[in-house]
Design a protein around this ligand. Structure first.
Ligand code: ADP
Ligand code: ASP
Ligand code: MG
Length: 452
């Protein structure tokens, strides 16, 4: 599945092409930008062709979103993308300055300059094509190329962004276009863990995880890799190595299932705390109604996750049923607006929303043929006093929607009940606010470890 590097001239030893992506925490301040730049230069000095994708520094994207909210209740999506895309440009320009000071040639490029072509869905655009000629020319000219993550240019020539966490997808898309040997995702934890180490200090770092499991993990809240980046990597055969920015050593490799060796029953517990539930009351129980509901939501670009429909009951002369589904909390307003015309069109009851929902999921390729997993998971949650509001399953995942305030307890209890953290825990840097606090293997107290 790994691609060969770009062919070399004059029979020189084949060099590897490496895409390195650094997340927000990894470039949060001048010191960290310098550290990331050194890591990039090191890759170059080892003889590789290096393309680096950088995220916006620290909480820059959150701050830009907040700035837009200060001036508008409903920021225009095109203009929001113009604003949000600036964060990544800053990181790239600064890193290019450092790399030049370190004596290497470098060029920073916006997503548009790098040839990332997307559709026109502002703030959640999808990559349609990567026209990497300019990057290839720069690499051939022995430059280190820095590409602003999370952004592209639409087929209508406007700046777009790829959704939160989208720099992962930029990196994977470039790795695919350049036939890179590996796409290294440098982040603030040492890899993909059996649960978010910020919530479960005993979580175990996974040496490898299959695309199938990583897709389910990313879809159910493990934001360490953006869902689309994992889809893209699977579809294009990109080898992902997710690893720490702050320490050396291997992280987690995301591999096709046939290449993974570990096959535990359960691989990880994932969670999300930003779900909302939408309930459509008294929907007519007739063919085509559910299709109509989902079509208006899809047209509004709202991602619907879990869907349940109650048993229909007779209301007057018609059978009617309530339908509930979950959406990301940020999609509640667009969902309400998209659904409003249906109240009259379908003659249904009110649309109710509950924004304080969360979700906890168990993921594991080994559960395919083990029906007992659900029974155990539900019993564990029951004993912990966590009420399950909605349930959905796939062959390798069981998800429960719970109250947001119960998520942390649910994750901890499930992780412990399924014995997912039995191996040694890698210590993490806990100096930043974005850092997981990791328990000492001996005592259980928090142990800050130096940033190396
Ligand atoms: P970056 O800024 O580098 O893109 P993110 O914040 O997007 O980093 O993703 C890394 C974070 O993902 C970690 O700090 C961690 O808290 C969180 N996370 C959630 N679930 C997991 C998991 N299963 N394994 C590792 N990290 C996880
Ligand atoms: N800066 C963007 C975000 O915070 C994209 C990314 O970091 O991947 O979501
Ligand atoms: Mg991220």
């Amino acid at each position: 599945m790994a691609h060969a590097g770009i062919a070399t001239r004059h029979g020189e030893a084949a060099r590897q092409t490496v895409v390195m992506k650094f997340g927000g925490t990894s470039v949060a301040d001048a010191e960290r930008i310098k550290r990331a730049a050194q890591r990039i230069v090191q890759g170059r000095e080892e003889g590789n062709r290096v393309v680096a994708v950088l995220s916006a520094r620290g909480k820059t994207t959150d701050q830009l979103v907040a700035m837009a909210a200060e001036v508008s209740d409903r920021p225009d999506p095109r203009e929001l993308d113009m604003l949000l895309s600036t964060g990544e440009r800053i990181s790239c320009a600064l890193a290019a300055m450092v790399i030049k000071d370190l004596g290497h040639d470098a060029v920073s490029l916006t997503g548009s300059q790098a040839g990332i072509v997307t559709d026109t869905s502002h703030t959640k655009a999808r990559i349609l094509d990567v026209r990497a000629d300019r990057i290839r020319e720069a690499i051939e000219a022995d430059k280190i190329v820095l590409v602003a993550g999370f952004q592209g240019v639409s087929t209508s020539a406007d700046v777009t962004t790829l959704g939160r966490g989208g720099s992962d997808t930029t990196a994977v898309a470039l790795a695919a276009a350049l036939c890179a040997d590996v796409c290294e995702i440098y982040t603030d934890v040492a890899g993909v863990y059996s649960a978010d180490p910020r919530i479960v200090p005993e979580a175990r770092k996974l040496g490898q995880v299959s695309f199938e499991e990583m897709l389910e993990m990313a879809a159910s809240g493990a934001k360490v890799l953006q869902l689309r980046s994992v889809e893209y990597a699977r579809n294009h055969g990109v080898r992902i190595h997710c690893r720490s920015s702050f320490e050396d050593g291997p992280g987690t490799f995301v591999l096709p299932e046939e290449e993974t060796m570990e096959r535990p029953l359960i691989t990880a517990v994932t969670h999300s705390t930003d779900e909302a539930r939408v309930t459509l009351t008294e929907l007519p129980d007739e063919p085509g109604v559910a299709g109509r509901v989902m079509t208006v939501l899809a047209d509004a670009n709202v991602n619907v996750d879990m869907i349940i429909q109650n048993e229909p009951v007779l209301h007057g002369e018609r059978q009617r049923a309530d339908m509930s589904f979950t959406v990301p909390r940020s999609d509640v307003l667009p969902a309400r607006e998209a659904l409003a015309p249906l109240v009259e069109e379908l003659g249904m009851g009110a649309v109710a929303t509950d924004p304080s929902m969360g979700k906890v999921s168990l993921v594991g390729a080994g559960m395919k043929s083990h029906p007992g997993v659900a029974a155990k998971a539900f019993s564990v949650l029951g004993r912990a006093g966590v009420n399950i509001e909605m349930i959905s399953t796939s062959p390798i995942k069981i998800s429960c929607v719970v109250r947001e305030e119960d998520v942390r307890r649910a994750v901890t209890e499930l992780h412990s009940a399924f014995g997912l953290g039995e191996e040694a825990v890698r210590r993490e840097d806990v100096s930043g606010d974005h850092r997981p606090v990791v328990a000492s293997p001996r005592g259980g107290e928090s142990v800050p470890s130096e940033v190396r």
